[in-house]
Design a protein around this ligand. Sequence first.
Ligand code: ATP
Length: 602
Amino acid sequence: MQRSRASSTSSGRLQASQQVQPLDAPKIIVIHPGSQHLRIGRACDLNPLTLLHAVAYKRKHQEGDWPYHDPMLPSLDNINPAQLQVEFEEQRLIASRILQNCVIDDKQRLRVATPPQQLAHFNRKSVAEKIPPPGNLSEERNRQWLDRGASVLFDEQILRLSTFDARDYDIHFPIQRGELNVHRQKGGSLQCTLQHMERIWSYALEARLKIHLRDLRSHSAVLVVNDVYVRRHLREFMSLLLQRLGFQRCFLVQDSVASTYGAGIGFGCVVDIGAQKTSIACIEDGISQLHSRVRLQYGGGDINQVLLMLLRKCGFPYRECSVQDSYVDARLMDKLKERFCHLNAKVCGAQEKQFHLRKQNGQWLRYTLQVGDEAIMAPLAFFHTELLNITGKARKALTQQPPQEQYDCEDCFDAEYLRETGRKNGARGADASVAPHLNQPRPLPPITADDEELNVVDQDDQPMSNGMAMGGHGQKHFTDTTNGIYQYGQGQVMPLDQAVLEAIGRCASSETKRKMYGSILLVGSSAKIPGLAAWLQSCISQQVQPGIEVNVFTKGMDAGMVAWKGAAIMSVLESARELWITQVDWNRHGLRLLRERSPFLW
Ligand SMILES: Nc1ncnc2c1ncn2[C@@H]1O[C@H](COP(=O)(O)OP(=O)(O)OP(=O)(O)O)[C@@H](O)[C@H]1O
């Protein structure tokens, strides 16, 4: 490890009460939970299992009880759907003009647009054809598509729930937009959310990894957590792993730090684009730089919604598609995006595509359609973020408050708690003349009940200033406040390139900034969109001072697994031994251990 916690623990601090056992990769379980997927596996595995991070409980149909469904894709903003359509169309035209200005070859020829009306002419006439079940699916398995007898469904079984079938289940995704999905509706309390998580992880361990839960006491766990975290939630994760699931020991690692290990780089700006969130953090010497961290509330799921809207504009032949109610349709949009979308300006013109779909009655259908600029315009929404307004205009940018400004009433070693309760010269509370450092202004109060450690920046909340992000020029769009909060424009969703420029601009020295520009690592499954790295590189290059080298890259491995692999590598390092927190120690010392041992500033 680049940074040893041993060097930062004083002699008077905690010593492990148990001798650390030899490292044994098959007995270490690495867990990376996300908004859509859970990645889990043994540290010795080449790749983790990837399964849907959701659970569906069969409902008892009772009077007054309605099914509860967390959507798989971010919901459309339905405050004023008609207005939304009009605004979307305006933005589509602007994006189309941007694309037409793209030079596609050495002869400086410009890109030719494919108008949706031209595609609609073909698509509206396209009729679905009945086809037999795909080759490897027997008639028998096609009939038993869904296990209707099971009281709980996981993974693929949830993805087979149509609008009709879903009515029999309460469906929960315990993480949404990268954060624990705590809400006021059915099954939305913090304890319920943790219970959903426990059910999914237990299923993955027992049914998929074939590890009995009672054997977990001889296993260790590494949990990959967000860079921008809520301390209270991390505490709950520790209890879930050590007390509820019963792992022998565990440690937590931030996802950007794990990604640098997975990619084999010593430093870099990690841009993680997942299903529902994008997080950015600059890593140096194994530490995620506090001020550079930001989590943006958009990801691949929002691109699915943009794609569907664009396809509808050109006569999408599967007219009943309802991603809000049907998990089959949400899954279909994932697949279509993964197959069609790209950010390669040289690819233009209409292309004929096909997709298959199983109907509720077991009949398979084949749809044929033509796709043109929709395929490039949907992912362009990462840069032209006005297109993302359909899934919410008032999008929040989340940064993390420094540790000394975080107040945790259950942490009896919390700096604020000690300040409030400490006795100086026999008096409660400190006198400014005696201990001026203890009389600092009180930290900001919690922002929300659950997210007290997050700086939640509602993009409409703050006045504009001329705050200039360093590194680039022409970035006059950021509000810069004293505690590291920033926002983009007058409430717009922050474009990806601007967010990266701002994150790097917040690094301490120009040397560090220069290093970061030269090493921008793209991870998360949405980073697999062909051409994304080159597009981002080109956008950033145009905005930095001349002479600064910009390098945006992915590693030659599944971008969605980089963080998991990094955590697996870390877990077996000799230098990671001091990070482990045993069940016995956690029961005895609790939170204090996270302060002492976590590989990031608690
Ligand atoms: N080849 C691909 N091309 C484009 N997008 C892809 C590809 N493969 C997967 N995706 C998209 O990546 C998203 C899932 O990403 P990932 O599994 O990293 O998210 P997550 O970790 O579950 O969520 P989050 O990081 O938002 O909490 C989905 O929107 C999926 O459609």
